[in-house]
Write a protein that binds this ligand. Structure first.
Ligand SMILES: NC(=O)c1ccc[n+]([C@@H]2O[C@H](COP(=O)([O-])OP(=O)(O)OC[C@H]3O[C@@H](n4cnc5c(N)ncnc54)[C@H](OP(=O)(O)O)[C@@H]3O)[C@@H](O)[C@H]2O)c1
Length: 328
């Protein structure tokens, strides 16, 4: 089979297309012929060696995807060849071979059916960001109709957070550097949008909210703007730290946490057990129906365009960026 192989850690430049034998499903596993796979910033971190996982090399990246079942291993019940299935975050693409290949073996308990009404592209890009956004929101006991501020809101986790916040009855407030993407975020259900590059964004948010401060920040960005997002939190405010696309926070005064009793909590989608991910997935689908929302796919790239797809992702997408492996 054709696969994108990462020969050594160090960076995405170490990726190349190679030929290798198709894997065979072990007991409890399913062999999937991959139609679409989604890119995630963590693929790049893993390639750079800046991610905790140290998979055997050459490694195949790709932790999201959808495909058709080609074979099932011993002991697998509930799945049969010819059915379509999509992945939930597990070890695939992290500690074991991922979806940037024609075939991938997946533990059966990491698979779910393609949700009704979703295209295969949506299923290929759907799950990891929703599981992440779900943990970021539900790890706290939030008051009803909370104000939730989301940074990097146009990205995969960001747009998933906007949709789930809306479906749960909260008020999603979104930061994006791009006016065009701000408009799309409004259409996706954000009640307020602003730019982190506008020095007055905190004032604008407070004016919109009638002085009612933010209950939860979902932060995908970190960097120099982190103190500003902490500033708009009200008493007992919460911060879900998801990512740090703008790098480390250069200076942070921990005293800003005291007086409002703020709490900071990390988010790690990889900590869901298979059973927890399956249960969360059902809640996510219910919430998306309430929000009348589905995955937003920005753009697809051909199989041999993976480096270009990663460059596009790094510039800031509007939703998910996909690799077409075999269109189905
Ligand atoms: N903790 C976890 O379990 C977990 C799970 C998934 C992802 N993550 C992490 O969460 C972060 C977001 O993931 P994602 O999939 O949503 O990423 P993404 O799809 O690449 O989107 C991130 C968005 O952030 C903005 N952005 C990108 N670089 C920026 C920069 N240097 N400064 C300010 N804004 C920037 C862009 O929005 P605008 O152009 O509109 O401003 C972009 O659309 C990543 O760091 C990722 O590794 C963590």
């Amino acid at each position: 089979m054709k696969a994108w192989l990462l020969d050594k850690l160090g960076g995405l430049e170490n990726l190349h297309i190679g030929e290798m034998a198709s894997p065979e499903p072990a007991s409890g596993e399913v062999l999937l012929r991959v139609h679409f796979a989604a890119l995630n910033p963590a693929d790049r971190y893993l390639a750079e060696g800046a991610y905790p996982a140290r998979p055997a090399l050459p490694h195949i990246l790709g932790r999201d995807g959808v495909g058709e079942i080609a074979a099932v291993g011993a002991g697998v019940t509930g799945w049969r060849p010819g059915q379509r299935a999509m992945l939930l975050r597990g070890a695939v693409g992290v500690e074991r071979a991922g979806t940037f290949a024609e075939f991938v073996c997946v533990p059966a308990d990491n698979l779910v059916a393609v949700p009704e009404g979703w295209t295969l592209q949506q299923a290929g890009g759907g799950s990891l960001t929703y599981l992440t956004a779900w943990q970021a929101i539900t790890q706290w006991d939030l008051p009803p109709a909370s104000n939730i501020l989301i940074t990097g809101a146009s990205g995969g986790v960001g747009i998933a957070s906007v949709q789930l916040a809306k479906g749960l009855g909260h008020r999603a407030m979104a930061l994006s550097r791009s006016p065009a993407k701000q408009e799309k975020l409004r259409q996706s259900g954000a009640v307020w949008v602003g730019s982190p590059d506008d020095s007055q964004w905190r004032k604008g948010l407070m004016e919109y909210a009638g002085g009612r401060k933010v209950n939860l920040v979902i932060d995908n960005i970190g960097g120099a703007g982190f103190s500003d997002v902490v500033d708009v939190l009200g008493p007992n405010g919460r911060i879900s730290v998801v990512g740090r696309l703008a790098g480390p926070v250069p200076q942070f005064n921990t005293a800003s946490l005291f007086f409002r009793r703020l709490r900071v909590g990390g988010v790690a989608a990889g900590t869901y057990s298979a059973a927890e991910a399956q249960a969360a997935w059902q809640d996510i689908l219910t919430t998306l129906r309430q929000a009348e929302a589905a995955p937003v796919i920005d753009r697809g790239f051909d199989f041999d365009e993976l480096p270009q797809a990663f460059e596009y992702l790094a510039r800031g997408p509007m939703g998910k960026v996909l690799l077409t492996i075999c269109a189905g």
